[in-house]
Design a protein around this ligand. Structure first.
Ligand code: FAD
Length: 495
């Protein structure tokens, strides 16, 4: 049996995907997690009988997650009960229009005809092109781009005409639709990468295609159940997960990772080290600067990062009649996006997302109660916003909007539990560099070969997984990062 030992730093979805894939091949896996709970940004908040997902609430490309379990010889259904959410979401615009896209294409086309007349043909054209693009691009996200030879891969050459990296997402979608709100409905997904649709490469039009074409899913118990299920597999395969066990430093000898030094002073030897902690945070805190010539502190600071999020988690003593996912757009959406990504200022009129998960999953709250999760995209900590001072008033503004624009009348009176997470908390309490919750930005200069490599370029026997490496932030791509990095190790070891 293969007993090479691999240490994984962090129990986020990237670390646990790699952990379960490698453990199932006989590697001795030890995961060290600084927090005393599992899952990283994909963990749960539980208090007073309420359960919230800390971060991800949309599972897309469910089939990729299924494949990860299949690769370990398992059926995902034995671990997770996953429901499709349809309609996908409610999109609310300030002119009063509300759009409920569905994976039922006919139903969506009928709504487009009614709400955005004249755009029905554009919807057909969107599917005709984006489906082909998706089929060509997705295989390209499944290989590493460490060497120039990777660019000669047939799958990439076939995909080149569909890269669309020379234009931005908003302009690309404008080919299909002439209504600004409808364009917004197909481009706001750039926010999942923490980017502006006016700057995000049109390559990422595969994200709206994924939603409208393949749907959005919710595991019962919340998306945090995904990392719990992965941890179960790691342990079933003989791996060990240490919680409350922060790593202080990656131990490096002659340019090669040889283990880790824990915060408690213990040294743990390993043949390989896999880094799942937030990339820029990990560089600054866990790897001595002289060992990372491509990622010195100054170079890290010059990179582009995603936006951050202001979060409100509310436990309520009633259930409101609103859909599972709701997105409320600012009056001037472009101005709001510019505030988040360009001027780095706090918005007077923010856009935000509300999750009302108990309509699908009542077990997340006591009977008759519900959970409301609110995510407001805001600037990351390259801004001068003083969150300690601003958070209370910003929170009140959001509650007011929820009461007046979203159908949550008298919300304040029904709050029984409340938690706020600001960009400062993401940085200080969740170890996210500059509070950039969606990691390094996905601009052309930070994609493929130009994103930190899965086999880390500065240190041998060190591999990266998670949102900071290729293919990028977002659960399906993070699962792929775990598959790519494990694949490199397996290939090296002649599997
Ligand atoms: C608010 C929010 C909403 C999101 N919504 C979605 C969504 O709906 N759909 C989607 O697909 N994606 C979403 N994402 C993006 C992404 O899927 C998640 O952020 C994902 O959890 C990132 O996974 P990861 O593996 O990169 O790392 P993380 O989840 O960040 O895990 C890294 C782990 O490393 C640990 N760590 C750090 N330092 C140390 C140390 N020194 N020693 C040991 N351990 C350490 C951390 O504690 C953490 O547990 C969202 C993200 C956020 C923040």
């Amino acid at each position: 049996m293969n007993r090479r030992k691999i240490v994984i730093i962090g129990s986020g979805p990237g670390g646990l995907t790699a952990g379960m894939l490698l453990a199932s091949k006989g590697y001795k896996i030890e995961v060290f997690e600084k927090k005393d709970y599992l899952g990283g940004r994909n963990s749960a908040i539980t208090a007073d009988g309420y359960t919230f997902d800390l971060g991800p609430t949309f599972l897309m490309m469910k089939y990729i997650l299924d494949e990860m379990f299949e690769l370990t010889g398992r059926n995902i259904e034995d671990y997770l009960d996953i429901k499709s959410i349809d309609p996908l979401y409610r999109l609310s615009f300030t002119d009063g229009r509300e759009f409920y896209p569905s994976i039922d294409r006919k139903a969506t086309a009928e709504q487009i005809k009614e709400l955005f007349p004249g755009n029905e043909q554009g919807y057909e054209r969107f599917f005709a092109y984006e489906e082909k693009k998706f089929k060509r691009l997705v295989p390209c996200l499944q290989i590493p781009y460490a060497s120039p030879r990777d660019f000669l891969a047939t799958r990439l050459i076939k995909a080149l005409p569909y890269l669309d990296a020379h234009r931005n997402l908003y302009d690309h979608l404008s080919k299909y639709f002439d209504d600004h709100h409808l364009r917004t409905a197909f481009t706001f997904q750039a926010k999942y990468l923490g980017m502006s649709p006016w700057h995000c490469p049109a390559t990422y039009s595969i994200i709206p295609y994924l939603e409208y074409g393949l749907g959005i899913y919710h595991p019962i118990g919340g998306l945090n159940q995904i990392t719990k299920a992965m941890a179960t597999v790691v342990e079933e395969e003989g791996g060990t997960i240490h919680l409350g066990a922060g790593v202080k430093q990656v131990l490096i000898r002659n340019g090669r990772a040889v283990g880790v030094l824990l915060e408690n002073g213990e040294k743990v030897d390993a043949h390989d080290v896999i880094l799942n902690a937030d990339f820029a945070y990990a560089m600054q805190h866990l790897v001595p600067e002289k060992e990372r010539p491509h990622y010195t502190d100054a170079l890290l600071e010059r990179k582009k990062y995603s936006c951050s999020t202001f979060m409100l988690y509310l436990g309520l003593d009633k259930q409101y009649d609103i859909p599972h996912h709701n997105i409320i757009f600012a009056q001037d959406y472009k101005h709001n996006v510019d505030e988040i990504t360009e001027t780095l200022t706090l918005s007077e009129d923010p856009s935000f997302y509300i999750q009302n998960a108990t309509v699908t999953d009542p077990g997340l709250a006591p009977e008759g109660h519900s959970t409301i999760y609110i995510l407001v995209p805001v600037a990351n900590n390259f801004s001068d916003i003083d969150w300690e001072k601003e958070a209370p008033a910003f929170r009140d503004k959001i509650i007011d909007r929820l009461e007046t624009r979203c159908g949550l009348t008298q919300l304040q009176q029904h709050i029984r539990y409340e938690k706020i997470i600001t960009p400062l908390d993401w940085e200080q309490d969740k170890y996210v560099y500059k509070g950039a919750t969606f990691n390094l930005a996905h601009n052309v200069r930070q994609m493929l070969h130009w994103r930190p490599h899965n086999k880390f370029e500065d240190i041998d026997n060190c591999f990266l997984v998670g949102g900071g490496t290729h293919p990028g932030s977002g659960l399906p791509t993070i699962f792929e990062s775990g598959r790519i990095s494990s694949g490199i190790i397996l290939k090296r070891d002649c599997w």
